[in-house]
Design a binder for this molecule. Structure first.
Ligand code: HEC
Ligand code: HEC
Length: 432
C-alpha cells in the first residue's frame, strides 16, 4: 500500500504536524492537547532497560510529531487516509461526523453543535481518552481508557472491536452500576459523532502504544528518519535513502497503523457472534422451565465454574484479587505490589490511577452493565467480558449457555443455598 507518493504525502503531513506542535507549545491560553502516554513510556522503560536507564527524551517529540501528523489535534482532528477518497479507512471513520464531537464546546451560527466530547465525556474519559479525566480517580470502576482498544460490552468476540451499533447502545443506555451515564436525550447524529470520536481516540491511542512498543528495538535510532529525504543542504536524496525511508515508513505506517490497527476496525459487523435461539424451556411459562433452571445451576457449579469468581451464592465473593487488563497492562511490567503505593510511585507520578481489583458481579441484584436482555447475557457468557477475568464459555453448547442464562436470571429470586428444583421461580421474573 505504501508507495512513493504516500511517503511524500506523509512527509508533507509531518511538516504540518511539526508546525502545529510549534504553535501549541507556547502560551497559557493554549488549546487542549492530547497527552502523551507516559505510563506506557515508563512501562516500556521498566520492561526493556536496566534500572535507572531511560529512553532518549527526543523520542517523545518524535512520537508527538508523528501522532499530530496522522491524527491532528483535539481542536482539529484528522485521520490517515493515505489513499485519498479511495482509502478503505473511510469505512472506519467518517471525518465529518467526527468533527462534530471535536473542538471546544459551542453552537455555531447554523445552530449545529461541536465540541460534544469535551462537553459530555472529557471530565471522565479525559481529552485524550486515557480514562483519567478530572473526576476519574473518585469513580469505581474507573472510566474507560480507550487506548488499549478493548471494550467490554459488545456483540463481537474477544479481540474484535465493537460495532458502531454496540458503541451506540452503550451511549444510549449507559452502563448501569457504573458512573457511565445514558445519553439517550442526544439527537442521533450527535450520538453517531461521539461514536466516531471514541473510535478515533481508540485507534489513535492504539497507534501511540504501538510506537512506544517499538522504541526498545530502535537502539537510539529515530523512528522515522526524515533527514534521509530532507537533506540539510536541500539536495536530492539518494535512491538508497529513499528506499530506507520507505522501509521505515512501511514498518511504522503500513504494518503498524494500517494492518495492525485500522484494518482490524474495518467492518467488525462481519465478526458478530450468532445468537442461537433459546430452547422452548427457556420460557418461564414452559412446564420444564424449572428443570431447565436447575440444569443451569448444575452448569454454574460444574462445567461453567462460575462459583470460582461469583461465589456459591452468586454474590460475587469468589476470586477477589484479580485486576483488569487496563491495570494488569502496567502492574505486570514491574514489581508492583498493589498494596504498597511506593512500589508503583513511578507510575503514579505520570498519572496512573491506583490499582483496584475488579469485582466479579453480584448476580443476586439483577442489574447487568452490558444490558439485561437475555441476548445480552448470552453474549456475555459466550464471549466473556473483554479486559476482565470473566471468561468466554467456549466449551458450552448454546442450550447449555441458555440454561445458565436462565439460572442467572432466576438467581435474584432464589434462595441459592438450596436445591432449586424444590422452589418455585418467582413470577415477577419477566421473560422478554
Ligand atoms: C461520569 C463519568 C462518565 C462520563 C461523563 C462518561 N463516561 Fe463513559 N464510562 C464511564 C465509566 C466509569 C466507564 C467504565 C464502565 C465499566 O468498566 O463497566 C465508561 C465506559 C465507557 C465506554 C466503554 C464501553 C465498553 O463496552 O467497554 C465507552 C465507549 C464510553 N464510556 C464512552 C463515553 C462517551 C462517548 C461519553 C460522552 C458522551 C462518556 N463515555 C461519558 C464514565 C463516564
Ligand atoms: C475468573 C473469574 C470469573 C469466572 C470464572 C466467571 N466470571 Fe462472571 N464475571 C467476572 C468478573 C470479574 C465480572 C465483572 C466484569 C466487569 O464488568 O468488569 C463478571 C461479570 C459477570 C456478569 C455480569 C454481566 C453484565 O453485563 O454486567 C455475569 C452475568 C456473569 N459474570 C456471569 C458468569 C457466569 C454465569 C459464569 C460461569 C459460566 C461466570 N460469570 C464465570 C468474573 C468471572
Amino acid at each position: 500500500m505504501i508507495g512513493n507518493s504516500v511517503s511524500r504525502l506523509f512527509y508533507q503531513l509531518i511538516c504540518i504536524g511539526t508546525a502545529l506542535l510549534g504553535m501549541t507549545g507556547c502560551e497559557r491560553s493554549e488549546p487542549p492537547v492530547f497527552r502523551f502516554n507516559s505510563v506506557e513510556w515508563v512501562k516500556q522503560e521498566k520492561t526493556h532497560l536496566a534500572e535507572g536507564e531511560h529512553f532518549p527524551e527526543d523520542y517523545k517529540a518524535e512520537i508527538g510529531t508523528i501522532m499530530t501528523a496522522l491524527f491532528g489535534t483535539p481542536d482539529d482532528p484528522t485521520f490517515p487516509f493515505f489513499l485519498g477518497d479511495e482509502d478503505p479507512a473511510h469505512d472506519v471513520i467518517s471525518i465529518e461526523s467526527l468533527r462534530m464531537a471535536a473542538g471546544p464546546t459551542r453552537v455555531d451560527k447554523r445552530e449545529s453543535a461541536t465540541g460534544l466530547y469535551r462537553e459530555h465525556c472529557a471530565h471522565c474519559h479525559g481529552i485524550t481518552g486515557n480514562g483519567a479525566g478530572d473526576t476519574a480517580a473518585s469513580l469505581e470502576p474507573y472510566p474507560r481508557d480507550f487506548r488499549l482498544g478493548k471494550f467490554k460490552f459488545k456483540s463481537t468476540p474477544l479481540r474484535s472491536p465493537p460495532t458502531d451499533h454496540d458503541l451506540t447502545e452503550i451511549l444510549v443506555n449507559g452502563i448501569p452500576g457504573s458512573a457511565m451515564p445514558s445519553f439517550r436525550t442526544l439527537p442521533e447524529d450527535q450520538i453517531q459523532s461521539l461514536v466516531e470520536y471514541v473510535k478515533y481516540l481508540t485507534m489513535r491511542g492504539q497507534f501511540e502504544r504501538f510506537l512506544l512498543g517499538e522504541l526498545a528495538a530502535l537502539d537510539g535510532e529515530p523512528l522515522i528518519d526524515l533527514s534521509l529525504v530532507d537533506k540539510p543542504d536541500g539536495g536530492e536524496p539518494s535512491e538508497d535513502d529513499v528506499e530506507e525511508f520507505e522501509d521505515q515508513m512501511y514498518a511504522v505506517i503500513g504494518e503498524g497503523l494500517q494492518e495492525r490497527i485500522i484494518a482490524r476496525w474495518l467492518k467488525p459487523e462481519r465478526k458478530v457472534t450468532k445468537i442461537e435461539a433459546a430452547p422452548p424451556e427457556f420460557d418461564i411459562q414452559h412446564q420444564a422451565h424449572r428443570q431447565f433452571v436447575q440444569k443451569g445451576r448444575e452448569l454454574y457449579f460444574a462445567k461453567g465454574n462460575c462459583m470460582q469468581c461469583h461465589g456459591d451464592t452468586g454474590i460475587g465473593d469468589g476470586q477477589l484479587n484479580n485486576f483488569d487488563d487496563w491495570t494488569n497492562d502496567w502492574i505486570k511490567s514491574a514489581d508492583v505490589d498493589t498494596a504498597d503505593p511506593t512500589s508503583y510511585a513511578d507510575f503514579s507520578a505520570v498519572g496512573a490511577l491506583p490499582p483496584r481489583p475488579v469485582k466479579p458481579r453480584n448476580l443476586t441484584h439483577r442489574y447487568y452493565r452490558g444490558g439485561d436482555h437475555p441476548d445480552d447475557l448470552y453474549l456475555r457468557l459466550r464471549n466473556g467480558i473483554e479486559g476482565t477475568p470473566m471468561p468466554a464459555s467456549t466449551a458450552m453448547t448454546s442450550d447449555e449457555i441458555w440454561a445458565v442464562v436462565a439460572y442467572v436470571r432466576a438467581m435474584p429470586y432464589l434462595d441459592s443455598t438450596r436445591d432449586e428444583s424444590e422452589k418455585p421461580v418467582n413470577e415477577k421474573q419477566v421473560m422478554r
